[in-house]
Design a binder for this molecule. Structure first.
Ligand code: MLC
Ligand code: AMP
Length: 520
């Protein structure tokens, strides 16, 4: 039995090395070519002093280098730390210091973000850069690490990771404003990809168009991992551009799979209506990471001739439930647990399982669930019960036929275009502004992104109500997708008897109001 996805990939590469695996911007890598680069990169890391367990951050756009780094870090026995490329000072300083990252693999703009943080990141020793770096931090070119590794073949053995070794820290869920690193072991990555590929009948004959970012679970642990596990192939894109994706889906008859967040499906549909171009029939379209509206699902079916399969997952647990491959894919539901997993809906107070039709918190259990939060035993203890059920923080119910329906969230979380935004993090940045006394951040419906970030701000007496200044302030410090799209000024926030801000009241007020205080 293989202990890791890496082992499965290297096995495929040994058995049929010349088979094409990864296409990226005009270059195609066979399994053997990719495996050679992965082992060279791993040896390069070792030659430069990295030891098993050391954390290496990937602050990188989608590319062939991302794939080599991801697998190479694992082959060196190190732990990968995934970083969204939109992250700015606040997120970067927190994640890289919390994980005590030693080395960060990045491009020119990523390196420029890191240089001013140098003093806050004592553990960060050097960068590996895929593009010329700015001055200010010691760095080595990606190509030089590869070359050094390739030259040191015999002297540096690469023992395969064990199933229980830590593979990755996925930062997520900052109820306190600070995100936590979900610890995923090789065995969990493997259990997830086994379940996904079995449920979706993924084989080595499949070819995936992958436009999702690789720094999150959906693109990486579903899209790339499924490809590597089955020995299939992938057309990897740097980013999602609706016109380019639609052209590929129309022109390239070898594509059999497409995975996206609902925003991508909305944009593909719009582009198809605008141009009259429709995709050729695919074997499977998958949506996840945010709720897919039943209307969009049906509109896509009417235009593309296929019903999307919706599935539900999270960073901590990877994939949890899926609509059936065969059988009814009921819009507005996320199906049932993947093979070998369990899911239940419990009463939020008694924590007892609820019958069909009653809403409660979704809990999951199985070999796909993470081990705990990095250096946060308190948060880990809160997240699991004594029987090993993980509290997802999502609300849902079983419909009469046993399909899970996600109805809301027990925790404060905004999902915009498939990216998560924790209101507390944005509130902390806003209240650090000298003009702001108090701030409440919430999500309101958005036709493109599903939800949008709205800030309600109480200014200090006499301070200016300058919405644009606050948006700029957030944008300098946080990922741009977290900045408020609207800023509304008010004299006081509604609070309950315990002093907690009543966001539902703000939401009701704002949903009705035609506010124009700021459009960004
Ligand atoms: C980009 N922008 C967003 C945004 N994405 N704003 C709000 N929400 C978003 N998701 C803003 C940028 O800040 C910028 O604004 C402007 O849009 C253009 O930036 P861009 O980079 O050109 O955006 P675009 O390419 O249009 O991106 C849209 C997108 C992207 C849908 C392609 O958001 C995306 O790739 N989403 C996928 C996220 C994902 O993979 N999630 C999976 C998480 S894993 P300005 O004003 O600054 O110029 C998970 C578990 C599971 O959830 O179950 O899968
Ligand atoms: P993340 O923490 O980034 O991994 O985001 C995980 C969250 O995305 C889940 O807890 C859900 O709230 C949400 N999510 C994922 N898939 C779906 C889906 N199909 N429908 C609704 N919400 C989803």
């Amino acid at each position: 039995m293989p202990a890791s996805l890496l082992e499965v990939f290297l096995d495929h590469a040994r058995h049929e090395p010349s088979r094409p695996l990864l296409s990226f911007e005009g270059t195609t890598y066979s399994r053997g070519q990719l495996a050679e680069r992965v082992t060279a990169f791993a040896r390069g890391l070792k030659a430069r002093g990295l030891a098993p367990g050391d954390r290496v951050a990937l602050f990188l756009e989608n590319s062939d280098a991302f794939v080599v780094t991801w697998l190479g870090v694992q082959a060196a026995g190190c732990v990968a730390v995934l970083v969204n490329t939109a992250y700015r000072q606040v997120e970067l300083a927190h994640i890289l210091s919390d994980a005590e990252v030693k080395v960060c693999v990045t491009g020119t703009s990523g390196a420029s973000e890191l240089v001013p943080l140098r003093d806050q990141l004592p553990s960060l020793q050097w960068l590996i850069t895929v593009e010329p770096p700015p001055p200010g931090l010691p760095s080595v070119a990606f190509a030089d690490v590869l070359a050094q590794g390739a030259a040191s073949t015999a002297s540096l053995p690469l023992p395969l990771p064990r199933a229980e070794d830590l593979a990755v820290l996925g930062y997520t869920s900052g109820t306190t404003g600070r995100s936590k690193g979900a610890m995923l072991q090789h065995r969990q990555l493997l259990a997830n990809v086994r379940a996904v590929t079995e449920a979706w009948r993924w084989t080595d004959a499949d070819r995936l168009l992958l436009t999702l970012p690789l720094f999150h679970t959906h693109g990486l642990m579903v899209g790339l991992h499924g490809t590597l596990f089955t020995g299939a192939s992938v057309d990897l894109r740097r980013r999602f551009v609706a016109s380019e994706a639609l052209t590929a889906l129309h022109d390239d008859a070898s594509l059999t799979l497409f995975f996206g967040v609902p925003t991508m499906y909305g944009r593909l549909l719009e582009e198809s209506r605008r141009t009259g171009v429709t995709p050729h029939p695919l074997r499977l379209w998958v949506s996840g990471s945010a709720p897919l509206s039943p209307q969009l699902c049906l509109d896509i079916e009417a235009r593309f001739g296929a019903r999307i399969l919706e599935r539900y997952g999270m960073t901590e647990t990877l994939m949890n439930t899926t609509q059936p491959y065969d059988g009814e894919r009921r819009p507005g539901t996320v199906g049932m647990p993947f093979p070998g997993q369990e899911a239940r809906v419990v009463d939020v107070r008694s924590r007892q399982p609820l019958p069909r039709g009653e809403t409660g918190e979704i809990e999951v259990r199985g070999p796909h669930v993470f081990t705990g939060y990095w250096r946060r035993p308190d948060a880990t203890a809160e997240a699991f019960d004594a029987d090993g059920w993980f509290r997802t923080g999502d609300l849902g119910e079983w419909d009469p036929d046993g399909f899970l329906r996600i109805t809301g969230r027990a925790r404060e979380l905004i999902i915009s275009g498939g990216f998560n935004i924790y209101p507390r993090e944005v509130e902390e940045v806003l209240t650090a502004h000298p003009a702001v006394a108090e701030a409440a951040v919430l999500g309101l419906p958005d036709p493109d992104f599903g939800e949008q970030v709205v800030a309600v701000v109480v200014p200090h007496p006499g301070a200016p109500s300058d919405a644009q200044a606050l948006v700029d302030w957030c944008r300098e410090r946080l990922a741009a997708f977290k900045k408020p799209r609207r800023v509304v000024f008010t004299d006081a926030l509604p609070r309950n008897a315990l002093g907690k801000v009543q966001k539902h009241i703000l939401k009701e007020r704002l949903a009705g109001a035609q506010d124009t205080s700021t459009a960004t």
